[in-house]
Design a protein around this ligand. Sequence first.
Ligand code: GAF
Length: 385
Amino acid sequence: MRDPKGLVKELFQQTFNEQPLVVCSPGRVNLIGEHTDYNMGFVLPAAINKAAYIAISKREDNTIFIVAGDLDESYTTEVSKLSYSDKGWPNYVLCVVEQLQKIGKNVGGFNAVISGDVPLGAGMSSSAALECATLYGLDQVFALGLERMQIAKLAQKAENEFVGVKCGIMDQFASVFGKKGHVVKLDCRSLEYEYVPFELEGIKIVLFDSMVKHSLASSEYNVRTSQCSEGVSIIQKKYPQVKTLRDATIEMVEECLSNESTDIYHRCKYVVEENNRLLAACEDLQENKIVDFGQKMYETHAGLSELYEVSCPELDFIVECTKKESGILGARMMGGGFGGCVISLVKEDELEGIVQRIKEAYFNKMNIGMNVYITQIEDGTRVVD
Ligand code: GAF
């Protein structure tokens, strides 16, 4: 694959004969705290060294001219009459223009070239990355005066309304606020956050990409958000102070939900346990107990697979393979589920053999060639040279 930064820059110069502003916004990993964001709990993501790139400049008229660097395709529409495209890809740019218009930040016409190296559909938030890059680029060229938090929120709204997934704010937040060498402990209720150093001597964050994305992914995501709300409504009858699952305890879940539908009980139990697990995992990190941290990643996977039921045979198989490797400290499915990646913590000196064995086992079992990404934690949305 071509370096996406060089690609957008070069293609922009060739197409529009001028120098653009180039912005990148990364994909993310999440160490622990899955499906907790829309339940107002905590998450522990980080921005990584795979990102969406946009080369952008203002036009004098009202035309939006977008080029997809990787597809050799382009799309034009008018700012005053935004029309979405059947091609799909231009819409990730247009949906944030629409969000800006809704809050009275009217942008004029612009030229843009987009590309990126965040694998699509692998659960590393490629769409959030592109939406955040576009918002940041528009903010810069039209001097809109947006704050980073506003960018993350607008991108989340675009995803909710345009893509139709009632996602929380984790992905957009991580992309915008990421910091090199750190994970972000984000409280999704108050939006207060703390950078926690995450540079573990001799350990790499490795993603094993299952290369599958089952079609259930977005519909089941919205089912999970509703099941959590239903659980909250039941708990509230006895405990009116519980506004979201963040406010519920395990005891409340047992008392109010264990005789309700098994699905609701299991979903809520997982979320409350996961939030507690994340808080304990952060203490592990502080005390440098990385083995305990890794163990909690395995517990998260079990919860996501058995209680939250968002895993799939491919992800479960990869996690089982990781358990056979003494050089892997912890692993679990990452993101919304039903495909995408398994995130793991791997000892660097055993990395090569481990990757080879897991790839081979996965191919033998599933007949699928897997991609493996060795990630680095980078800064969030930024202008690049
Ligand atoms: C997806 C969503 F976009 C996030 O908001 C989050 O809920 C995640 O799934 C699960 O933790 O990435």
